[in-house]
Design a protein around this ligand. Structure first.
Ligand code: HAM
Length: 447
């Protein structure tokens, strides 16, 4: 009985107390945890490329007069179900859903356009001068099979022009995207464009498409068989060779546009011609999000396999979200893809400024004074590096050399007593003694 009790209590003891006396503790090495699959760190060495893209984005936004908008990373699931479409891959397979305490189901946003329109409606931005141009930059999330250029967390920069039906803005958005890529020095830009009509002519076209595929279902891939039922237009997008063969004789949306959509598309192309922009009409471009109508486009470079950006007109999105009719057009560019394209072409990111000064301190008094000197240098806007946790002169001089700083300031015990400091030109090795209260003035004098 006694034994039984002991036995029972042993099992209820916390694990760390269960060790038998005298037994050696075996330490199990902890596994090194990794970032989630398809989600990556952007390390310091990659930041200049990301920063360059952000800088170009801000420049383009400024020139074209876009205002910045930030929306939450979490949104209600219903927004994308309504906007992107319940039958799309994004909503069916790719959303990260968060179980929250309330009733509403939240998701990590898979794209930005629906959020921008949600914010526009929620905050009554209709009172602002129109067309309203908004841009954003931030992480998006899609549960995809990761591969080069395809991640589960990726960054997009997007430009949306809200409150206009005028085809000149479809052309302006495309032109803006081309300018963006050119600013990054990406070449051989390829613009694919199509029109998928309005709700009226597209419905009629879908019927024609279904009639064409009738009797061919069994020869299509499994995905396209599903698409025939839920989203027939997407059959045109399929890259499966079994489905490709049927595409060339399939009816074309452009031949089936109503007169309004036809005129709209013709005017977009005329504006693009006027801007001497070269484009390819792609009869099979339909895009994977349900909110589009009329003009759709994708932008890539002939030198890479993946699309760098995509967009189109979305005149019904506001109504899909419960708002009034608000026509709009926009584009998003994938930042990782731009980075990869820039890397392949060895293009430069932002040039990181080297420190002008490296502060070296020797001894406890000098170390103490360093904090005040650094404060003065900061206030004067002088970029300064240091290695305050080191105390050897040799080690600190080596670090100064590595940092690329033009000058080293060397503060030893004697200089502290003299209220002076050594200023060494790292390029020539020439050293001089200057007064400690003249540091900023003396550095500013020198190039
Ligand atoms: P999207 O075509 O789904 O459109 O995405 C735009 C761009 O984001 C793509 O061309 C690609 O560069 C990048 N991208 C998409 N998925 C991934 C991924 N898994 N990994 C890396 N990059 C990716 C939209 O999102 C629409 N909101 C565009 C838009 C704006 N339409 C109107 N306004």
């Amino acid at each position: 009985m006694k034994f039984g009790l002991w036995h029972l209590s042993f099992h209820f003891m916390p694990k760390f107390l269960q060790q038998k006396k005298g037994a050696k503790t075996k330490k199990k090495a902890k596994t090194l945890l990794q970032s989630p699959k398809g989600m990556h760190d952007i390390l310091p060495e990659e930041q200049p490329l990301f920063l360059k893209i952000r800088q170009v984005g801000e420049k383009i936004a400024d020139i074209y007069n876009f205002s910045k908008i930030d929306t939450p990373i979490l949104e209600q699931k219903a927004i994308f179900e309504r906007a992107v479409g319940e039958a799309t891959d994004i909503v069916q397979k790719q959303m990260f859903t968060i179980k929250s305490r309330g009733d509403s189901q939240l998701v990590l946003r898979p794209e930005g356009t629906a959020s921008v329109m949600r914010a526009y409606l929620q905050h009554g931005l209709a009172h602002l001068p129109h067309p309203l141009k908004l841009f954003y930059e931030g992480p998006m999330f899609r549960y995809e099979q990761p591969q080069a250029g395809r991640y589960r967390q990726f960054y997009q920069t997007g430009f949306e022009i809200i409150g206009t039906e005028d085809p000149i803005y479809d052309a302006q958005i495309i032109l803006l995207a081309k300018n963006f890529l050119e600013e990054l020095k990406l070449k051989k830009i390829n613009i694919q464009i199509n029109s998928i009509g309005c709700n009226v002519c597209r419905e009629k076209y879908k019927e024609k498409l279904l009639a064409y595929y009738k009797g061919k279902q069994n020869r299509l891939c499994a995905d396209c068989r599903k698409r025939l039922v839920i989203n027939p237009l997407r059959i045109l997008d399929c890259k499966n060779p079994h489905c490709e063969v049927f595409k060339k004789d399939a009816p074309v949306m452009l031949d089936n546009l109503c007169s309004n959509c036809k005129t709209h598309f013709k005017e977009v192309l005329e504006y693009l011609d006027e801007a001497s922009l070269i484009y390819n009409i792609n009869f099979h471009l339909v895009r994977g999000l349900d909110y589009y109508n009329k003009t759709v486009f994708e932008i890539s470079s002939d030198e890479f396999d993946f699309a760098l950006g995509g967009g189109g007109r979305y005149d019904y999105l506001s109504q899909m979200l419960g708002g009034p009719k608000v026509p709009a057009v926009g584009i998003s560019l994938g930042i990782e893809r731009l980075v990869e394209a820039m890397k392949i072409k060895n293009l430069e990111g932002i040039v990181v400024r080297k420190p002008k000064v490296f502060l070296i301190q020797l001894g406890s008094q000098a170390k103490k004074k360093s904090i005040k000197i650094l404060k003065e240098l900061y206030e004067a806007g002088i970029k300064t590096a240091e290695a305050l946790d080191k105390d050897s002169l040799r080690v600190q001089l080596k670090a100064a050399d590595k940092s690329g700083a033009d000058f080293a300031l060397i503060l030893g015990q004697r200089e502290v007593l003299d209220e002076s400091i050594i200023l060494r030109d790292m390029r020539t090795g020439v050293q001089e003694n200057i007064a400690i209260n003249k540091i900023v003035e003396e550095i500013k004098k020198r190039k």
